[in-house]
Ligand binder design. Structure first.
Ligand code: SF4
Ligand code: SF4
Length: 348
C-alpha cells in the first residue's frame, strides 16, 4: 500500500479525471423530509456528491447484483433456436465515496460469487469493471462494523480517502489509482499527517455505541438452535424481506424462465430473494421446509453468523446496521444476537 496526501481542493480534480467514466456516488435523497436520506446514484457533477453522508439506504450491491437481471434470451430462427447471453456489464463505473463496510461487503460477496466452485460470470464481469474510491466514515448509532472487523478496508478498493481537515490522506491500492494520484498535486505524508490520521482513527473508534459480541458465537448458535428467543423474534417479524433487500451481503435469488405467447422466444430472469419470505423454502408439491416466520428468521442468522463462518472463516455481516434501520418491526442484529447469548448465559 502506498500513501499520499492531497489538498482538499484537489478532490474535484480527481473527480474530473475519473468522470470520463460513469460515476456512482452518495447523493442526498428526500431533502424535503426532516431527516435527509442518502443513497448511491449516478452523479454528473462533483457538487452532487455528499461525501459527508452518514450511510446510504442501499449499498453498492444493486450495481453488481441487480434486484432483477435478464441472464439470456432464446429465439427461434430458421427452425433452430439461438441463445444470447448478456453479462450486463457494458461500461466501467467509478464508485466515488464508499465506506469501508460496503467495500468489505463486496469482498465477502467475491468469496462466494467469484472465488468459489461455481463463480457467477454476471457478477464477476461487473466487479471487474469497478474503480472504487473509498472514504472514511463517521459511525452512526446503529453501526457495529467495528465488532465485525469491517470498519476499515485492507483491499477491495483502488484508493481510500481520510479527511484530515485541509487535506485528504490517500491510501493507494492499484496501479490505476497510482497513475491518477501522480497526475494530481500530491505529496508524501509527513509525521504530522501520520499523527492526525491516527487521531482521527482513534476518535472514530470512540464513536461506536452499537456492538455485537462475536466470542464463540458459532458454538453458541449451535447450542441455542432450539432457543425460545427465535420464537420471540419470529412473532415480531413480518416476513417482508426488507432486511435482505437492503443488506449488502444477502445474495439469495430465484430464477424464472418465461416463454413468449407465440412460442418463438424465451428468457431467463434472475431475481434476488429473501430467506425471510414465506415461500423461500417451499418446494414442488407445496411442502414448505420453513413454514414459520421464526424458522426463516433463524435461518438468515445461521447463514450469516454460523454457516458462512464455517465455510469462509468470517461472518456474512459487515455490521452496517441497514437491516435494523429498515425493519418495520425494529429487529436489529445486535439485539437478536444479545438475546440468544443471554439465553445461553441463563442456561449455564
Ligand atoms: S426482520 Fe424485519 S425487515 Fe426482515 S423480514 Fe422480518 S420484519 Fe421484515
Ligand atoms: S445483516 Fe444487517 S447489519 Fe449485517 S450486513 Fe446485512 S444489513 Fe448490514
Amino acid at each position: 500500500m502506498l500513501f499520499r496526501v492531497i489538498a482538499r481542493n484537489e478532490l474535484e480534480n480527481l473527480y474530473d479525471m475519473l468522470a470520463v467514466n460513469h460515476v456512482v456516488g452518495p447523493v442526498s435523497r428526500g431533502d424535503d423530509t426532516p431527516t435527509p436520506m442518502f443513497d448511491f446514484d449516478f452523479v454528473y457533477d462533483f457538487k452532487e456528491l455528499r461525501l459527508d453522508f452518514p450511510s446510504t439506504i442501499h449499498s453498492l450491491k444493486r450495481y453488481v447484483l441487480p434486484p432483477k437481471e435478464r441472464f439470456c434470451t432464446f429465439t427461434i430462427q430458421d427452425n433452430d433456436w439461438q441463445k444470447d447471453v448478456d453479462l450486463n456489464a457494458h461500461k466501467p463505473i467509478v464508485y466515488f465515496g464508499v465506506h469501508a463496510c460496503d467495500i468489505n461487503a463486496l469482498n465477502k460477496l467475491d468469496k462466494v460469487l467469484s472465488g468459489s466452485v461455481y463463480p457467477d460470470p454476471y457478477y464477476a464481469a461487473k466487479r471487474k469493471n469497478m474503480f472504487v474510491v473509498g472514504i472514511n466514515c463517521n459511525p452512526q448509532p446503529y453501526c457495529f462494523c467495528h465488532s465485525m472487523g469491517t470498519d476499515s478496508a485492507l483491499h477491495g478498493f483502488d484508493m481510500f480517502l481520510t479527511d484530515l481537515g485541509d487535506d485528504y490522506f490517500v491510501e493507494i491500492h492499484s496501479a490505476q489509482a497510482f497513475d491518477c494520484i501522480n497526475k494530481l498535486n500530491s505529496r508524501e505524508p509527513d509525521e504530522q499527517d501520520h499523527i492526525r490520521f491516527l487521531e482521527i482513527t482513534d476518535k472514530k473508534l470512540k464513536k461506536f455505541t452499537s456492538h455485537v459480541d462475536n466470542t464463540d458465537l458459532t458454538k453458541i448458535l449451535d447450542l441455542e438452535f432450539q432457543s425460545e428467543s427465535w420464537k420471540e423474534w419470529g412473532k415480531k417479524c413480518f416476513s417482508c424481506g426488507t432486511c435482505a433487500a437492503v443488506c449488502p451481503t444477502c445474495y439469495c435469488y430465484g430464477i424464472t424462465e418465461n416463454v413468449d405467447m407465440d412460442l418463438q422466444g424465451a428468457s431467463k430472469i434472475k431475481q434476488l430473494y429473501s430467506c425471510n419470505l414465506l415461500d423461500f423454502a417451499e418446494v414442488a408439491g407445496g411442502h414448505n421446509f420453513r413454514p414459520d416466520s421464526y424458522t426463516r428468521l433463524k435461518y438468515r442468522y445461521y447463514h450469516k453468523h454460523r454457516g458462512f463462518v464455517e465455510a469462509f472463516e468470517e461472518p456474512l455481516c459487515v455490521g452496517c446496521g441497514r437491516c435494523g434501520e429498515a425493519c418495520l418491526a425494529g429487529i436489529t442484529v445486535p439485539e437478536v444476537i444479545a438475546s440468544v447469548r443471554d439465553k445461553e448465559n441463563n442456561n449455564e
